[in-house]
Write a protein that binds this ligand. Structure first.
Ligand code: SF4
Length: 607
């Protein structure tokens, strides 16, 4: 059987194509576990395109939507096919009217509101009605935008029009996890006749929480008070909410806690009619602002919406409400921990689903958490040989406990300085910001600089722009040291081709810090899965997946080589949860032996 695979098959790729092709119809749910560099995207495309049904490709962030479409272009070019596909983005990224009116600013909700109110008079929407151009080739996001700008048509609705004829549509998780967004697709895509691919599927466990969780602070309430100053009856409602929140804040302070759970109906004395009245008032403000050419934002609207959501979700298993004292503020959070209960219904809407990642193992835990029972699973080894990899687990190091004692921090610094002598680009991924800061406070960065090293440091909350710049400079460096966290933007999703990263040192195991949220999460999982499995799924597996993701940054292709140092002796107990190719020939050494190991590696040819 000939599949539309545009490259010469490398080891295991043909087998993977056949496996997906067969299993998607036999089993419906397919789990593909293969490391970076395996070529998952062309493998999955080749098998599903051969099946001749539409493919919906869900990725973690909007920026990743272009990847499968770029591969589709290569298939067309190399094999003379004419598949069509596009990367689909939301109005926030595409609305030309909002760009003009709000100068590129505005939240998704504001742009959606603008479109709902002004679409009839929108020149870009009008121009689209007489526009008939169907491209010959698949389109990535920037190309759709270019067409929109060139012909002054609405790119958002243009892509919706094109989507009717697409063989492959890629978009971010929101479109499958968010009921409203998914619903808006119903008249374009017949889900029952489509295959869904969930890329980097290990993220699903937390994806739902990030979409359905929400927070407001005192700032929202203060702004709502200001907005309603001239409307006495509205002002009274907001004031009542402000007093209730103050009570909650005082209760938590009285208990000498920083944060606590609460029940919305016990704290808030406003009823649903009052909240709807406030919502309506917020709507009037949004309308007025839009008329004045301003962004349609209203804190009254936001506050009412949030509280209605609280009341609606109260009593739902897996949803908690948290009040939290901050240094100069107070916040209320809706914490939605659900995964299995909601996700299992979503998969059933599709003809078949492929879940892929390099870190799906342990597969039973993954399947249980995302709510699939019968599925076909294959774990494919990496294309790089064992001779390209060296792994050392260092005894005598551990980030166990609440604080990193000075003596332990000094041990870490000693190990990192020794490893820096290798002269290769090295990433030190710390278990948390807390660990990273402990090492920085003990002068890790300056000691490395004193050795003549270029040092790059991840800062908490740094902008995407700044992070990209640091990444670029680190990649260009020779023997540079990146000091970052194992759950930040440098450890997942970042690319380090060739020699731009050859060594990874894991400073600790990236377990979640035990906060109120972590405890609630573990507790909830224990209720669903039982004591042991609950803790394993909610606490252990996510930490080891984070570590695996961070370690996986090093090897991207057959030619790459990698040296891994596991800087926490507890990894011995969790080695089965790390990628096989990393632990297969792992050596356990004591901290005292590290100098000898580094000297040996400096003198050996491979890696
Ligand atoms: S039709 Fe398009 S350009 Fe016009 S407001 Fe809506 S999204 Fe924006």
């Amino acid at each position: 059987m000939k599949f539309p695979f545009p490259y010469e098959y490398r080891e295991n790729q043909r087998e993977a194509v056949k496996f997906i092709y067969k299993s998607i119809e036999d089993e419906r749910f397919v789990c593909l576990d293969a490391p970076t560099g395996f070529g998952k995207t062309p493998v999955i495309l080749a098998s599903l395109l051969k099946r001749g049904r539409r493919i919906i490709w869900a990725v973690r962030t909007g920026n990743e939507t272009d990847r499968p479409i770029e591969e589709l272009k290569i298939i067309n070019e190399k094999l003379g096919k004419n598949y069509f596909g596009l990367s689909f983005r939301g109005k926030r990224d595409m609305c030309l009217l909002a760009r003009k009116k709000f100068r590129g600013k505005g939240e998704h909700e504001e742009i959606a509101y603008l479109c709902k109110s002004e679409r009839k008079n929108c020149p870009y929407y009008r121009n689209l009605q007489d526009f008939y151009y169907f491209p010959d080739n698949p389109l990535i996001y920037s190309e759709i935008m270019e067409i929109g700008e060139k012909y002054e048509i609405c790119p958002y609705f243009y892509q919706r029009f094109l989507a009717h004829a697409a063989d492959v549509i890629s978009f971010n998780y929101n479109y499958i996890l968010n009921e409203n967004l998914m619903w808006s697709f119903r008249n374009i895509i017949d889900f029952r006749e489509s295959y869904l691919v969930v890329d980097e599927a290990h993220n699903l466990q937390f994806a739902y929480s990030s979409i359905y969780g929400d927070k407001i602070t005192l700032g929202t309430i203060k702004n709502a008070l200001r907005e309603s100053e001239k409307r006495r009856e509205i002002y009274k409602i907001v004031l009542k909410i402000a007093e209730d929140v103050e009570k909650l804040k005082n209760n938590i302070a009285k208990e000498r806690k920083r944060e606590d759970v609460f029940s919305p109906s016990e704290i808030f004395s406003t009823d649903v009619q009052e909240l709807e009245y406030l919502l309506k008032y917020g709507e009037e403000i949004r309308k007025k602002l839009l008329k004045e050419g301003k962004r349609p934002r209203s804190s009254s609207y936001r506050l009412a919406n949030f509280l209605i959501d609280c009341l609606e979700k109260e009593g739902t298993r897996g949803v908690e409400f948290i009040g939290r004292r901050l240094p100069k503020n107070f916040e209320i959070e809706i914490y939605d921990m659900r995964a299995k209960e909601v996700l299992s219904h979503i998969w059933k809407k599709f003809r078949g689903v492929v879940f892929c990642s390099g870190t799906l193992r342990p597969i039973d835990a993954f399947a249980d958490v995302v709510g699939i029972d019968d599925f076909a699973y294959r774990n494919f080894p990496p294309p790089y040989g064992e001779e390209n990899i060296r792994t050392y687990l260092i005894r005598g190091l551990s980030t166990r406990g609440d604080k990193l004692p000075r003596e332990m921090a000094d041990r870490y610094i000693y190990a990192i300085k020794e490893i820096a002598r290798l002269g290769k680009n090295t990433a030190v991924f710390c278990a948390s910001h807390r660990i990273l800061n402990s090492l920085l406070r003990r002068s890790l960065a300056s000691e490395l600089r004193n050795m003549g090293k270029e040092v790059f440091v991840e800062k908490k909350g740094m902008s995407g722009h700044r992070a990209r710049k640091i990444l670029e400079e680190f990649r260009k460096s020779e023997g540079g040291i990146l000091l970052a966290t194992a759950s930040g933007r440098f450890s997942e999703g970042a690319d380090y081709p060739g020699k731009s990263l050859e060594v990874v040192f894991m400073a600790g195991i990236p377990f979640e810090r035990v906060t109120l949220k972590t405890s609630l999460y573990i507790q909830y999982y224990k209720e669903i899965y039982g004591e042991e499995r609950g803790e394993f799924y909610s606490y252990v597996v996510p930490a080891l997946r984070r570590a695996s993701q961070a370690l996986g940054r090093v090897l991207r292709s057959e030619e790459d080589t990698g040296i891994f140092f596991l800087g926490d002796e507890r990894y011995i107990n969790y080695r089965a949860l790390l990628p096989e190719y990393i632990v297969a020939r792992m050596k356990i050494i004591s901290l005292g032996k590290i100098r000898r190991v580094v000297n040996y590696l400096r003198n050996s040819e491979t890696p």
